[in-house]
Design a protein around this ligand. Structure first.
Ligand SMILES: Nc1ncnc2c1ncn2[C@@H]1O[C@H](COP(=O)(O)OP(=O)(O)OP(=O)(O)O)[C@@H](O)[C@H]1O
Length: 309
C-alpha cells in the first residue's frame, strides 16, 4: 500500500486509539526498550534550540486554530458528565457526574488510583469518545453529541496527543509520521514537510528523518511522537504518562519540553502522570476517585502541588 493509499484509508476510518493501537501491537511497540541506545543526551538538544524566541514565534505564527475565548468562557467545560459502560445486564459508571472547567494556558495534572477514570476523562477531553450523559464544551462548542467525522475534525485541529506508547505508525518513517496529522487536515504539504523537518530539528532528530520507528530508540520514538503532536500546532496537548517508561535523561527532556510548551507557547496541557517532577509544574491538580472529582488543588510556584492525596 502506498503512503497516499494508507492515508486515505486512515482518513476514512480514523480512530487513533483503535487504528494505531492495532498497528502498534503488530509492531510489538509496547515491549520495546525505552532507553536511548546511542547514549545521546536528549537534554542537549533542548538546551541548544527548542525554545529560543524565534522558534516559539515560528510555531505560534502558524497556529491552525483560533481560540474563541472571550476571557470569560473556559477552553474546556464539562457539566455533569457521565461515562457509563454496559456489560451484559450490568452498568458501570467510569465517570459519575464530572464538573470541570479548564482555562486556556493551564497545566493540569490528573491524578487518581488505578481505575478511577483518568483515561476515560482524557478520552472525552481528547474527542476520542462521547459521554453517556452531560455536556462538554470545547472552545465554546458543544462536542457531547457530535458525529465521529466532526469529532475527528475537531480532534485533528485542537488536540495533540503524547502517549507513553508512542503510537507511531510502524510502516512510516519519522518524517512521514510527523506529516500525517497535517495530511489529515489537508494542509499544503510542501509547507507541511518543511514544518515536519523543522519540528524534527527542534526535537534533535534531523538526521533520523528517514528512519522507521523500528530503527529508532525508545527515547527517539517519544521525540518523534512529540514532534507529531505539534505538527498542526494544536492549542491543547494531552499527555498520558509521557515519561512513564523512559530513562531519566529522556524523561527530563520531555519534562523541559512540556514546560516550554506551557510557559513559552501558552499551550494548554493536560497530563495523567505519577511523575512528581511533572506534578510540580502543574497549575492545578485534579484528584479522581471512583469516577468522581475528589478534590482540585491549585498549585503555586511558592507551594507546588505534590503527589499525595
Ligand atoms: N470499555 C470498557 N468497558 C467496561 N468498563 C470499562 C471500559 N473502559 C474502562 N472501564 C472501566 O472504567 C473504569 C475507569 O477506567 P480508566 O481506564 O478510565 O481508569 P484509569 O484511572 O485510567 O486507570 P489506570 O490508572 O489503571 O490506567 C475502570 O474500572 C475500568 O475497568
Amino acid at each position: 500500500m502506498t503512503l497516499t493509499e494508507m492515508i486515505d484509508t486512515l482518513k476514512t476510518k480514523f480512530n487513533p486509539s483503535k487504528v494505531i493501537n492495532s498497528l502498534e501491537k503488530t509492531a510489538g511497540f509496547h515491549n520495546k526498550s525505552d532507553t536511548d541506545s546511542e547514549g545521546n543526551d536528549p537534554g542537549e538538544d533542548l538546551k541548544n534550540n527548542p525554545y529560543s524566541d524565534s522558534v516559539g514565534d515560528s510555531v505560534k505564527s502558524s497556529s491552525a486554530v483560533k481560540i474563541s475565548q472571550n476571557g470569560v468562557s473556559p477552553l474546556i467545560k464539562m457539566i455533569n458528565v457521565w461515562k457509563i459502560y454496559e456489560m451484559g445486564d450490568t452498568e458501570f459508571a467510569a465517570l459519575a457526574g464530572i464538573n470541570l472547567e479548564i482555562n486556556e494556558g493551564e497545566f493540569l495534572v490528573v491524578l487518581g488510583p488505578s481505575g478511577s477514570g483518568k483515561s476515560t476523562l482524557m478520552n472525552l477531553i481528547g474527542c476520542l469518545d462521547l459521554p453517556s450523559k452531560g455536556t462538554i464544551y470545547l472552545n465554546s462548542k458543544d462536542i457531547s453529541k457530535l458525529a465521529e467525522s466532526e469529532l475527528a475534525r475537531i480532534r485533528g485541529q485542537m488536540i495533540g496527543f503524547i502517549f507513553q506508547s508512542f503510537n507511531l505508525i510502524p510502516t512510516l518513517n519519522a518524517e512521514e509520521n510527523v506529516t500525517l496529522p497535517m495530511e489529515f487536515q489537508e494542509a499544503d504539504m510542501q509547507k507541511g514537510r518543511k514544518r515536519a523537518d523543522y519540528l524534527l530539528e527542534v526535537v534533535g532528530l534531523s538526521d533520523k528523518k528517514q528512519n522507521l520507528p523500528s530503527q529508532l530508540s525508545g527515547g527517539q520514538m517519544q521525540r518523534v511522537a512529540i514532534a507529531r503532536s505539534l505538527s498542526v500546532n494544536p492549542p491543547i496537548i494531552l499527555a498520558d504518562e509521557p515519561t512513564g517508561n523512559l530513562d531519566s535523561k529522556t524523561g527530563n527532556y520531555i519534562l523541559n519540553f512540556l514546560d516550554g510548551l506551557h510557559k513559552k507557547e501558552g499551550k494548554t496541557i493536560i497530563i495523567v502522570t505519577h511523575d512528581l517532577e511533572i506534578v510540580k509544574l502543574a497549575t492545578r491538580v485534579v484528584y479522581l476517585k471512583d469516577g468522581k472529582i475528589e478534590k482540585i488543588e491549585t498549585c503555586t510556584k511558592e507551594k507546588p502541588c505534590e503527589l499525595g492525596y
